[in-house]
Design a protein around this ligand. Structure first.
Ligand code: ADP
Length: 160
Protein backbone atom coordinates (compact mmCIF):
# COMPACT_ATOMS: atom_id res chain seq x y z
CA UNK A 1 0.00 0.00 0.00
CA UNK A 2 1.58 3.27 -1.12
CA UNK A 3 0.45 6.36 0.77
CA UNK A 4 1.17 9.83 -0.60
CA UNK A 5 0.97 13.34 0.82
CA UNK A 6 0.35 16.45 -1.31
CA UNK A 7 1.35 19.50 0.74
CA UNK A 8 0.90 23.15 -0.14
CA UNK A 9 -0.39 26.50 0.96
CA UNK A 10 -3.53 26.22 -1.24
CA UNK A 11 -4.08 29.94 -0.81
CA UNK A 12 -6.52 29.65 -2.55
CA UNK A 13 -7.13 26.13 -3.92
CA UNK A 14 -7.09 26.20 -7.74
CA UNK A 15 -7.94 23.94 -10.68
CA UNK A 16 -4.18 23.32 -10.95
CA UNK A 17 -4.14 21.81 -7.43
CA UNK A 18 -7.28 19.77 -8.12
CA UNK A 19 -5.72 18.38 -11.28
CA UNK A 20 -2.66 17.16 -9.34
CA UNK A 21 -4.96 15.72 -6.63
CA UNK A 22 -7.06 13.83 -9.19
CA UNK A 23 -4.03 12.45 -11.03
CA UNK A 24 -2.23 11.64 -7.77
CA UNK A 25 -5.24 9.76 -6.46
CA UNK A 26 -4.96 7.39 -9.45
CA UNK A 27 -1.29 6.69 -8.73
CA UNK A 28 -1.39 5.99 -5.00
CA UNK A 29 -3.57 3.94 -2.67
CA UNK A 30 -4.28 6.98 -0.51
CA UNK A 31 -3.56 10.68 -0.81
CA UNK A 32 -3.54 13.19 2.04
CA UNK A 33 -3.82 16.82 0.94
CA UNK A 34 -2.01 18.73 3.66
CA UNK A 35 -2.65 22.44 4.10
CA UNK A 36 0.50 23.93 5.56
CA UNK A 37 -0.32 26.21 8.49
CA UNK A 38 2.31 28.85 9.08
CA UNK A 39 1.46 30.95 12.13
CA UNK A 40 4.06 33.58 11.21
CA UNK A 41 2.30 34.39 7.89
CA UNK A 42 -1.19 35.73 7.31
CA UNK A 43 -2.83 33.72 4.53
CA UNK A 44 -5.57 35.04 2.28
CA UNK A 45 -7.88 32.29 3.52
CA UNK A 46 -7.96 30.63 6.95
CA UNK A 47 -6.96 26.93 6.94
CA UNK A 48 -10.49 25.79 7.94
CA UNK A 49 -11.95 27.52 4.87
CA UNK A 50 -9.33 25.98 2.56
CA UNK A 51 -10.13 22.58 4.10
CA UNK A 52 -13.87 23.06 3.59
CA UNK A 53 -13.40 24.08 -0.06
CA UNK A 54 -10.93 21.31 -0.87
CA UNK A 55 -13.20 18.69 0.73
CA UNK A 56 -16.17 20.04 -1.21
CA UNK A 57 -14.35 19.93 -4.57
CA UNK A 58 -12.70 16.55 -3.90
CA UNK A 59 -16.16 15.20 -2.99
CA UNK A 60 -17.55 16.48 -6.32
CA UNK A 61 -14.77 14.58 -8.11
CA UNK A 62 -15.73 11.45 -6.15
CA UNK A 63 -12.19 10.80 -4.93
CA UNK A 64 -12.83 8.52 -1.96
CA UNK A 65 -9.14 7.79 -1.19
CA UNK A 66 -8.27 11.47 -0.70
CA UNK A 67 -8.33 13.18 2.73
CA UNK A 68 -7.65 16.79 3.65
CA UNK A 69 -5.83 17.93 6.77
CA UNK A 70 -4.38 21.21 8.06
CA UNK A 71 -0.98 20.82 9.69
CA UNK A 72 1.52 23.10 11.38
CA UNK A 73 5.00 21.64 11.32
CA UNK A 74 7.33 19.77 9.01
CA UNK A 75 5.62 17.94 6.16
CA UNK A 76 8.07 15.08 6.66
CA UNK A 77 6.77 14.70 10.21
CA UNK A 78 3.22 14.49 8.91
CA UNK A 79 4.36 11.78 6.47
CA UNK A 80 5.99 9.87 9.32
CA UNK A 81 2.84 10.10 11.44
CA UNK A 82 0.69 8.43 8.79
CA UNK A 83 3.56 6.31 7.40
CA UNK A 84 3.38 7.84 3.94
CA UNK A 85 6.20 6.91 1.56
CA UNK A 86 5.64 9.60 -1.08
CA UNK A 87 5.60 13.39 -1.15
CA UNK A 88 3.71 14.55 -4.23
CA UNK A 89 4.46 17.92 -5.83
CA UNK A 90 3.35 19.65 -9.02
CA UNK A 91 5.71 21.52 -11.33
CA UNK A 92 4.70 24.23 -13.76
CA UNK A 93 8.02 25.59 -14.99
CA UNK A 94 11.80 25.41 -14.70
CA UNK A 95 11.71 27.95 -11.87
CA UNK A 96 9.21 25.73 -10.02
CA UNK A 97 11.52 22.81 -10.66
CA UNK A 98 14.55 24.65 -9.22
CA UNK A 99 12.64 25.33 -6.03
CA UNK A 100 10.99 21.90 -5.87
CA UNK A 101 14.30 20.15 -6.49
CA UNK A 102 15.97 21.94 -3.55
CA UNK A 103 13.00 21.20 -1.35
CA UNK A 104 13.11 17.52 -2.29
CA UNK A 105 16.82 17.33 -1.39
CA UNK A 106 16.08 18.97 1.96
CA UNK A 107 13.21 16.59 2.67
CA UNK A 108 15.34 13.64 1.67
CA UNK A 109 17.97 14.82 4.14
CA UNK A 110 15.27 14.88 6.83
CA UNK A 111 13.97 11.41 5.97
CA UNK A 112 15.59 9.34 3.23
CA UNK A 113 12.70 6.87 3.34
CA UNK A 114 10.30 9.38 1.78
CA UNK A 115 10.47 9.85 -1.99
CA UNK A 116 9.36 13.06 -3.71
CA UNK A 117 7.38 12.48 -6.91
CA UNK A 118 6.83 15.37 -9.34
CA UNK A 119 3.89 15.62 -11.69
CA UNK A 120 4.15 18.10 -14.55
CA UNK A 121 1.27 20.52 -14.81
CA UNK A 122 -1.49 19.99 -17.34
CA UNK A 123 -0.58 22.62 -20.00
CA UNK A 124 -3.87 24.50 -19.57
CA UNK A 125 -3.04 25.11 -15.88
CA UNK A 126 0.49 26.22 -16.50
CA UNK A 127 -0.09 29.91 -15.73
CA UNK A 128 -2.10 29.19 -12.61
CA UNK A 129 -0.49 30.36 -9.42
CA UNK A 130 -1.92 31.70 -6.19
CA UNK A 131 -0.08 35.03 -6.39
CA UNK A 132 -1.60 35.73 -9.85
CA UNK A 133 -5.09 34.93 -8.60
CA UNK A 134 -4.66 37.27 -5.61
CA UNK A 135 -3.52 40.08 -7.93
CA UNK A 136 -6.39 39.46 -10.38
CA UNK A 137 -8.89 39.46 -7.52
CA UNK A 138 -7.56 42.76 -6.25
CA UNK A 139 -7.87 44.32 -9.71
CA UNK A 140 -11.32 42.85 -10.40
CA UNK A 141 -10.16 40.40 -13.11
CA UNK A 142 -12.03 37.25 -14.12
CA UNK A 143 -10.78 34.20 -12.18
CA UNK A 144 -13.52 31.77 -13.22
CA UNK A 145 -11.17 29.65 -15.37
CA UNK A 146 -8.67 29.38 -12.51
CA UNK A 147 -10.65 28.37 -9.45
CA UNK A 148 -13.89 26.43 -8.85
CA UNK A 149 -16.97 28.63 -8.32
CA UNK A 150 -17.07 27.70 -4.60
CA UNK A 151 -13.57 29.18 -4.22
CA UNK A 152 -14.49 32.27 -6.25
CA UNK A 153 -17.52 32.88 -3.98
CA UNK A 154 -15.36 32.49 -0.89
CA UNK A 155 -12.75 34.88 -2.30
CA UNK A 156 -15.40 37.46 -3.15
CA UNK A 157 -16.52 37.37 0.48
CA UNK A 158 -13.02 38.22 1.66
CA UNK A 159 -11.99 41.80 2.07
CA UNK A 160 -9.10 42.01 -0.41
P1 ADP B 1 1.35 28.07 -5.33
O1 ADP B 1 2.72 27.65 -5.85
O2 ADP B 1 0.35 28.31 -6.41
O3 ADP B 1 1.40 29.12 -4.29
P2 ADP B 1 1.04 25.90 -3.38
O4 ADP B 1 2.13 26.31 -2.48
O5 ADP B 1 -0.27 25.74 -2.75
O6 ADP B 1 0.78 26.81 -4.63
O7 ADP B 1 1.47 24.60 -4.18
C1 ADP B 1 1.26 23.29 -3.73
C2 ADP B 1 1.76 22.37 -4.81
O8 ADP B 1 0.90 22.47 -5.93
C3 ADP B 1 3.16 22.68 -5.34
O9 ADP B 1 3.83 21.48 -5.62
C4 ADP B 1 2.88 23.45 -6.61
O10 ADP B 1 3.96 23.33 -7.53
C5 ADP B 1 1.65 22.70 -7.08
N1 ADP B 1 0.86 23.51 -8.00
C6 ADP B 1 0.25 24.70 -7.78
N2 ADP B 1 -0.38 25.14 -8.87
C7 ADP B 1 -0.18 24.20 -9.85
C8 ADP B 1 -0.55 24.07 -11.24
N3 ADP B 1 -1.25 25.02 -11.86
N4 ADP B 1 -0.14 22.96 -11.90
C9 ADP B 1 0.61 22.02 -11.28
N5 ADP B 1 1.00 22.08 -9.99
C10 ADP B 1 0.62 23.15 -9.29
Amino acid sequence: MVKAVFPGSFDPPTFGHLNIIERGSRLFDSLDVVIAVNSSKTPLMPPEEKKRLLELEIGKLGLSTVRVAAYEGLVVEYCQTIQAQVLLRGVRSMSDFDYEFELSVLNRHLDSGIETVFLPTEPKFFVLRSSTIKELMRLGGDISAMVPSSVAVSLHNLDL
